[in-house]
Design a protein around this ligand. Structure first.
Ligand code: FES
Ligand SMILES: [Fe+2]
Length: 326
């Protein structure tokens, strides 16, 4: 896991008011709940008293209350009340659990994984999708490390093989480039796959002219991806790390060409069927990959067409080294 990053980890709607939710993210069992003003809180889901799951408890006056003996926790994970000791007793410092800073934006809950600084960087969501679009969404769990799920969406070589019946029609097996450009931690990759008539070799990235006119996709570190279908249509994936062997993928269809209320829902809902079909073509294969986590240096023989994957691995390794040394 790369430290000092905001990770999109849950859909906003999963955190209901008054009802806590327990989920595993970043390899930890966590409980999320909303304060009365709607703000989302996140602390470890294990009571410091005798280990019960807090998420089975209730929210009382903004406090997460353990179902076993009623210890009450504030949003920083500190116990503010031990009922058996009486309201009149001060709770010693050592009664606490860890917490994470979380924010709710763009229909997602974001978790800050790293040092607790006063000033945190901006939440890294695609700028143009922050307003004006509506979306339909579904999510599913994949039993792989999130690096593998992400790399599948950076893989332009697999299209005619895995998706011959959908987005990979046309047998475009020859992969020119791809061209990769970074802007801070946002990678844009431009795709130029063509049919192979046995006459040419693939172009190197620097031999591709006018690459900006090509079809493009983006990956924002550490865990958000988008397919730029057009100015008005995007497919977005959020790869929420559960633990080293599991990832929850939130897949969204964003559009702004249809704004009429009912039709909008219909369009957004229908897109889910297509996207699920395509994602399941991927899942069948990705689940067979060994090992289930990728690294910069591992025993794989990558090719030129894998440049976006190589770039992702390099950037991941760089950010990891940077944040581990801080
Ligand atoms: S285990 Fe939570 S209050 Fe006792
Ligand atoms: Fe795919």
């Amino acid at each position: 896991m790369i430290r000092n990053q905001w990770y999109g980890i849950l859909n906003s709607k999963e955190v209901k008011s008054k009802k806590p939710i327990g989920v595993t993210r970043m390899g930890e069992k966590l409980v999320f709940w909303r304060s009365e003003n709607g703000e989302v809180n996140c602390i470890f889901d294990k009571c410091c008293h005798r280990g019960a799951s807090l998420s089975a408890g209730t929210v009382i006056h903004d406090k997460m209350t353990c179902p076993f003996h009623g210890f009450q926790y504030d949003s920083s994970g500190k116990v503010t009340l031990i009922p058996a000791n009486g309201k009149n007793s001060v709770v010693p410092e050592r009664y606490n659990v860890n917490s994470f800073r979380v924010e709710e934006k763009y229909g997602l809950i974001w978790l800050w994984y790293g040092e607790n600084k006063d000033e945190l960087p901006e939440i890294p969501f695609f700028k143009e999708l922050r307003e004006g679009f509506s979306y339909g969404e579904f999510s599913e769990m994949w039993p792989v490390h999130y690096t593998r799920a992400i790399e599948n969406q950076l893989d332009v070589v697999h299209l005619p093989f895995v998706h011959a019946s959908s987005i990979g029609r046309g047998n475009k097996t020859l992969v020119n480039g791809p061209v990769v450009k970074w802007e801070e931690n946002l990678m844009t990759f431009y795709v130029n796959n063509v049919a192979d008539y046995g006459e040419v070799k693939p172009l190197k990235p620097n031999e591709i002219e006018n690459y900006k006119d090509l079809f493009s996709l983006q990956f924002q570190m550490p865990n958000i991806w988008q397919n730029i279908i057009s100015k008005d249509i995007r497919i977005v994936a959020i790869f929420s790390p559960i633990d080293d062997e599991h990832t929850r993928i939130y897949l969204r269809f964003y559009q702004k060409f249809m704004n009429l209320p009912i039709l909008k829902q219909l369009v957004n809902g229908m897109s889910t069927f297509t996207n699920k079909y395509i994602l399941h073509q991927d899942r069948k294969i990705v689940l067979t990959q060994v090992p289930i986590k990728s690294e910069l240096n591992m025993n794989e023989n990558l090719i030129q067409g894998d440049i976006p994957i190589i770039e992702y691995r390099k950037r991941r390794s760089l950010l990891k080294t940077e944040s581990d040394s801080q």
